[in-house]
Design a protein around this ligand. Structure first.
Ligand code: HMG
Ligand code: MG
Length: 307
């Protein structure tokens, strides 16, 4: 299949990236990060979670963050909502899209949201209905689609099953998430070949963590399957609080460098994303793990030294 000519890159750093930071990231820093990312041109930013602060304390200031960010016209600001209480928060915060998050693995579902897959779908049903009633977009995220930290192998049929359940809830978009970054390209082909039979290809996304350094290869494999929505985290921020040892999502700068090289349109300014990556890494005292980001920063420094 020919590669897409344009892709939507969803920046998930402010949520997936920061949720795992041990030290509370000041609300003002979160806001400045999102504002910088908005200015860089992202069509969609995952900005916050409306989850239990007992489970993920780092995301406790979602309402303040959403109230203060400068929204770029036309951009979608998404938030995670595990239940109706989360949805009410999202609605009050004027979120453009809510994300319900389930798993293709029973064990991970229990660890992450404290219920079985079937119970999670029951819990999401009124959330999805409420979103429909209020005209809010719904995205479903399928964790552990390429492997689980607790159960190991996850059958493709389990991924298809959750995708079908999310489709029945009326999801506008569904994420195939490699929560712990264990997947490799062949498996990515198999999973997307299977899920595109039950949900439209153009509304599926790839959400790849980069623990084993496979994320860019997995993105390329997904592009070959005609997938045109990818999630990425500036500076490679992140990890999942309920997936020990997993690193962040693939770094946004690396994905943009790949797309630019392939001539695939993103509408995002790589240099501004590199600057945002440098900003947040310094602000929270974390090593920037974007290879392209670090290379471009080094190049800019050496050019400045020579001029
Ligand atoms: P629970 O303990 O079973 O439920 O948690 P509960 O109803 O007993 O609630 C516990 C406490 O939280 C109660 O407070 C509730 O009021 C409160 P208490 O009465 O003890 O004082 N509470 C809330 N507070 C604020 N907002 C809410 C909310 N709901 C309950 N919405 C629950 C069940 C689902 C709430 C919990 O397990 C939870 O919040 N889990 C979220 C976990 C999470 O955010 N994980 C990370 C995101 S998923 C991810 O990163 C994967 C992804 O990136 C894709 C991938 O890579 O795989 C998306
Ligand atoms: Mg994730």
């Amino acid at each position: 299949m020919a590669l897409p000519t344009a892709v939507k890159i969803v920046e998930v750093g402010p949520r997936d990236g920061l949720q795992n930071e041990k030290e509370f990231v000041p609300t003002a820093t979160k806001i400045e990060l999102i504002n910088r990312l908005s200015a860089a041109g992202f069509p969609n930013i995952e900005a916050a979670s409306f989850v239990s602060p007992k489970w993920v304390p780092q995301m406790a200031d979602g309402a303040e963050v959403m109230a203060a960010i400068e929204r770029r016209s036309g951009a979608i600001y998404s938030v995670l909502t595990p239940n109706l209480r989360g949805f009410e928060g999202a609605l009050a915060a004027r979120a453009d899209e809510i994300v319900i998050f389930g798993a293709a693995s029973e064990a991970f579902s229990q660890k992450n949201i404290n219920c079985s897959i079937a119970e999670s779908i029951e819990r999401f049903a009124p959330v999805a209905q409420a979103a429909k009633d209020h005209g809010v977009r719904i995205r479903g995220s399928v964790s552990c689609a390429l492997g689980c930290p607790y159960q190991g192998e996850v059958p493709v049929a389990s991924v298809v099953d959750v995708v079908e359940r999310f489709a029945a809830l009326g999801c506008d978009e569904i994420d195939i998430a490699d929560t712990i970054g264990v997947g490799t390209a062949r498996r990515v082909h198999e999973v997307f070949e299977a899920v595109t039979k039950v949900f439209p290809r153009e509304r599926l996304s790839g959400h790849f963590h980069d623990t084993y350094g496979q994320a860019l290869a997995n993105i390329y494999a997904a592009l070959e399957e005609g997938i045109a929505i990818f999630h990425a985290s500036v500076a490679g921020l992140g990890g999942c609080p309920y997936a020990k040892g997993a690193t962040g999502n693939v770094a946004t700068e690396d994905v943009l460098y790949l797309m630019n090289g392939l001539g695939i349109h993103t509408g995002i300014d790589l240099n501004q994303v590199v600057a945002a990556g440098a900003f947040i890494s310094t602000a929270i005292g974390r090593v920037n793990v974007s290879r392209a980001g670090k290379a471009l920063l080094a190049k800019a420094r050496s050019e400045a030294a020579c001029s």
